[in-house]
Design a protein around this ligand. Sequence first.
Ligand code: 13P
Length: 252
Amino acid sequence: MRQPLVAGNWKMHGTRAGINDLVTGIKQGMTAGITAEVALCPPFVYVTDTGRMLADSSIALGAQNLCAERGEGAYTGEVSGAMLKDAGCTFVIVGHSERRALYGEGDALVAKKFFAALAAGLTPILCVGELLGERERGDTEAVVARQLDAVLLQEGGVAGLAQAVIAYEPVWAIGTGRTATPEQAQEVHAYIRGRVAEHDRAVADKLRILYGGSVKANNAPELFAMADIDGGLIGGASLDAGQFVAICRAAS
Ligand code: 13P
């Protein structure tokens, strides 16, 4: 049995005051019925504050990005995996489509970040997903395979995935209110699991594959009911305590 995971990706949203209210609301909602693992990924500057607020809860802390370089060094503006670990993070998102599209992160850099996260003792949440045009051309599997293989085919890739989480986020469903149907998502999730299983069936069986892309309280139950969907990576709805808690409940 894979324990579902629901991770909130706040992206570049929030203020200290707003985050205080949001985290308070989410903590209040974490009642006994919620058995899914829950994580919050604030912007870097709020990681420590958020971690302090989560200290008396079972909610895990994550970050949205990390530097591909390990250790310390002259990398102005960057944050290392070791720093995130030191600040209390368990998870870190790597290869989010917004980082790929807006900040030029390619498969090789994403893979480097993935292994840097593992080296720091963090659990990477590796994001994959196709653009609308790629889906319309029938290239969804090819794109997801390329993004996955960038990690999977490296030395230590399969062992790395045993310590990681994958998030399938069709880019056309992110922030658009247009969700993949449960069947569309399940198809890609099963494909990802199958591709990992070609290398190691046990790792594939244990691998948590999250769906992301306009998950809301009202569509979460049908998405999470699918056999290969093990929770969600939640953007917009993670900024609303009521919505987010309802999504966590749907995953439990
Ligand atoms: P939305 O839930 O706002 O569509 O964002 C999804 C996402 O990108 C999470 O990483």
